[in-house]
Ligand binder design. Structure first.
Ligand code: BGC
Ligand code: NOJ
Length: 812
């Protein structure tokens, strides 16, 4: 069952009922000001950091779902309704929500009044603009009252939820222009120099800034007293819970419409220019912001600018094939999701509260693989920021706060895959841009500039960390965990409440990871290539020697007969082996070792992927492990804490499905690679939205596995490394346009009936118009013509100054 449809021309997903199985959300914001917005107008807003600078309040894990948002209420006689249906939930006569790239629109009607709401965050301004239009479609005059409503968060979202003894006394506001502009200035009197505003471009008939006054002490936003009364109270908040609500009386002749523009903004003042009078905030920048979006023309132009920005971005990689679902995911939604992961990492979604994790070291490095072609300059800065949280021994803070860019000491370090992801991200950036200068940038360790070294030195530390932390089998030590945060082999937690992520020693001299071995082989080689590019052949040779040792250990101690072992635990017992009672095979080492090229020549790779197909495959994707753990294994940690079929315990962890798909392309299996791609691909499972439940336009972190009661149900949509890895898979391996240090390589691996396709790829200042002809073979370019001339191999030689390349490739 579907709850909407894709409108590819408009680059939108159109939701046709508010009653989706779960809130289906969108992200607004491009630089520093962000909002989450659901298909019923729920969500919240923050500046830079979802934990430390939260503008509006959200109620997590509440009933009903999706509690609190930026709401508009329309009172028409005794009927009260919302264009997004929530929070009043009056049945609407029509409803449509369109989630576009960085904006959302709502078009609804009730009793012959139509409301249109457009909401977006402009490219360059720290605000969210909402254009609200009311249209009278009755045969008679309409006398309506429009109310707006947002609830302020007292900045630190964590503290806001907990520290009531203080926070219920600190709230402060100012109101100007008869109520049109409401200023939220809590804590501005002391250590803050920022405030938030909610203004409307018209005179108002009333306002409220006290939540209790507007809602009534015992009401929720589903039945605000002021709206029922048809009249705001003019309250000026002092402590308790400040809000911003406007009341506008709107009289419309038949056929008449009126538009209002609401601006929710964030303002920072210079320390020495905070006040315009004692206790009165300096409003100059706020007034300038409100003036900028005062007219419909200005708002429309700003939306156009946003749309053009996206058009431009999406023209960097564009495919046109006979397969509209592939085209729609590659050209629109997959890249969009990659940009959202750039902005959010794993911080703020409907599953991540925004107060827990900041930016993940491994997460952000992997996300980079999916957006580096879109925003290379910002990717460059991101790499430097991430590397700045590394320690001198190569290990790294697992997370950092986006506002301070400092490592998060609550979680600390000890996740032994982290260092290698820095090589992955840097290599991807340089292959995309050719910018070797980044390797010479001086980058601090643990944010301490006095011990800064070049980025290349950082990569060397990453490489050496793994090379010098190997265990009894010559495989890399796992530390707290590797990519699988839940495989906690040194943790041994016996009591509830202990965090699997931080409990116990972070290190053990014994527990080893075959997954990190796969990473070391792949990214060790990429490190060696970077050393070569810098002219350091000796370092490249040393790196390859180290890699060879781990390669050999993987093919011996890391091999279980039919698949790769997952790990060795703290007692040197195998994890993910036939010898195990549960958890006999894990997906990660099969995907990653094979994509790294391990065992391809030895025939192990072929066997490993067969085992994956036999033991882990389902109709909804490839499960992370089997058999799922049915009991808690002290020596394994969190992985065995989940009920079978969920999350890391046998869920279909979408993130590592593309690894297996890429691995299949390494072996030339286009049919199978694409089959795996399709199983988790949102556009392919749109039809079963009632089973899948999460948004049909983006990937979820997990789909419940075969052992779970709700097999096929998605969870944790949006913020997942799945976005980047599936984009890498489809764009670079299946469609086969892969950036190398020497230029683009063309080596598709597609199903035999995929058909011809064309790709436009902008790369290092040139445009490549690539047409691929398929003759029934799955892989193997038999002919490559570049600007009419035949070229040996797969790489299009990069010629300085050539701006257009016409490329013709024949598979088979
Ligand atoms: C989740 C993992 C996550 C980890 C760290 C675990 O509970 O299952 O997916 O990476 O927590 O937040
Ligand atoms: C989600 C985390 O964000 C990511 O870092 C981790 O690799 C996966 N869970 C698997 O545990």
């Amino acid at each position: 069952m579907k709850y909407g449809f894709f409108d590819d021309n408009a680059l939108e997903y159109v939701i046709t009922t508010p009653k989706t199985p779960l809130p289906w959300i969108n992200y607004l914001g491009n630089r520093e000001f962000f909002s989450l917005i659901s298909n019923t107008c729920g969500g919240y807003t923050f500046y830079k950091d979802a934990k430390l600078l939260r503008l509006t309040r959200y109620r997590y894990n509440n009933v009903p779902y999706d509690n609190n948002g930026k709401y508009f209420f329309i009172k028409d006689g005794d009927t009260i309704w919302n264009p997004g249906w929530q929070p009043v939930k009056t049945a609407l006569d029509s409803y449509e929500c369109r989630h576009g790239l960085g904006y959302s629109t709502f078009t609804s009607s009730k009793d012959d009044v139509e409301a249109k709401v457009l909401t977006f965050v402009p490219m360059e301004d720290n605000c969210e603009v909402s254009k609200v239009t009311l249209i009278n479609k009755k045969n008679s005059d309409a006398s309506l009252t429009l109310f707006s409503y947002v609830e302020w968060c007292l900045w630190n979202a964590d503290d806001d939820m907990k520290n009531f003894q203080r926070n219920l006394s600190t709230g402060e506001v100012e109101v100007t222009d008869g109520g049109s502009v409401i200023y939220h200035k809590t804590e501005y009197r002391e250590r803050r120099n920022h405030y938030a505003i909610y203004g409307v471009n018209t005179a108002v008939d009333g306002f409220d800034t006290s939540r209790d006054a507007f809602l009534g002490a015992y009401n929720g936003p589903d039945s605000p007293d002021a709206v029922k009364e048809g009249k705001c109270t003019g309250s000026v908040a002092s402590g308790w819970s400040p809000i911003a609500a406007h009341q506008i009386n709107v009289n419309l002749k038949p056929g008449e419409s009126k538009t209002f523009i609401f601006t929710l903004g964030y303002i920072e003042n210079p320390e020495d220019d905070k006040w315009e009078a004692p206790s009165v905030v300096n409003k100059k920048p706020a007034i300038a912001m409100l003036n900028k979006f005062k007219t419909e023309e200005a708002v429309d132009a700003s939306l156009e600018e946003l749309k053009n920005y996206w058009k431009e971005l999406l023209s960097i990689y564009h495919v046109s094939s006979s397969n509209d679902k592939v085209d729609r995911m590659v050209n629109i939604w997959n890249q969009y999701q990659c940009m959202v992961t750039f902005n959010m990492s794993r911080s703020a979604s409907y599953y991540e509260s925004g107060i827990g994790r900041g930016m993940g070291f491994r997460d952000s490095c992997q996300d980079l693989l999916g957006f580096v072609h879109l925003i290379p300059d910002r990717a460059r800065q991101r790499i430097i920021d991430i590397a700045s949280t590394q320690f001198q021994d190569g290990s790294a803070y697992h997370q950092y706060q986006p506002l301070t860019k400092k490592g998060n000491s609550d979680i600390g370090s000890g996740f032994n895959d982290d260092p290698l992801w820095l090589i992955a991200g840097t290599s991807a950036y340089i292959r995309e841009t050719g910018d070797l200068s980044i390797l010479k940038e001086m980058v601090p360790f643990d944010n301490d500039m006095s011990v800064a070294k070049t980025l290349m030195d950082h990569l060397k530390c990453s490489f050496n960390f793994t090379a010098t932390h190997t265990g009894p089998h010559g495989l890399p030590l796992i530390g707290r965990a590797d990519w699988n945060d839940c495989l906690n082999l040194n943790c041994f937690s016996e009591h509830p409440g202990e965090s699997f992520q931080t409990f116990g020693p972070s290190e053990g001299p014994v527990a080893e990871s075959v997954f990190i071995a796969g990473m070391f082989v792949k990214y060790g080689e990429e490190y060696a290539q970077l050393a070569e590019l810098l002219g350091d052949d000796a370092e490249a040779a040393r790196a390859r020697e180290e890699v060879k040792k781990v390669y050999d250990a993987t093919c011996t101690a890391g091999w279980d007969g039919d698949w790769f072992v997952r790990a060795y635990d703290a007692n040197s017992n195998k994890v993910g082996s036939k010898e195990c009672e549960e958890g006999q095979i894990f997906i990660e080492p099969q995907g990653f070792c094979v994509l790294a090229g391990i065992g391809v020549e030895e025939g192990l790779a072929e066997k490993a992927l067969k085992s994956v197909e036999e033991k882990l495959d389902t109709k909804y994707g490839v499960m992370i492990l089997q058999p799922a753990y049915t009991k808690y294994h002290l020596e394994l940690g969190e992985v065995s804490s989940y009920p079978p079929g969920y999350k890391e315990n046998g869920g279909i962890f979408c993130h590592n499905n593309p690894w297996v798909s890429i691995a299949e392309t390494v072996l030339g299996h286009g049919n199978r690679a694409f089959e795996i791609y399709k199983k988790t691909c949102p556009a392919y499972i749109e039809e079963i939205s009632d089973v899948h439940c999460t948004e049909p336009y983006v990937y979820s972190q997990m789909v419940a596995g075969r052992d779970a009661k709700f097999f096929g149900q998605g969870k944790n949509s949006w913020l997942t490394g799945t976005a980047a890895w599936t984009f890498v898979n489809i764009s670079q391996y299946i469609l086969g346009v892969y950036p190398t240090h020497n230029g683009l390589s063309i080596n598709p691996c597609v199903p035999e009936d995929f058909g011809d396709f064309n790709i436009t790829r902008k790369y290092r200042g040139a445009t490549y118009n690539i047409s691929v002809k398929q003759s029934g073979a799955q892989k193997g370019v038999s002919k490559l013509l570049v600007n009419g001339k035949e070229v040996e191999g797969n790489v299009i030689p990069y010629e300085e100054g050539v701006k257009e390349y016409t490329v013709e490739a024949v598979i088979g």
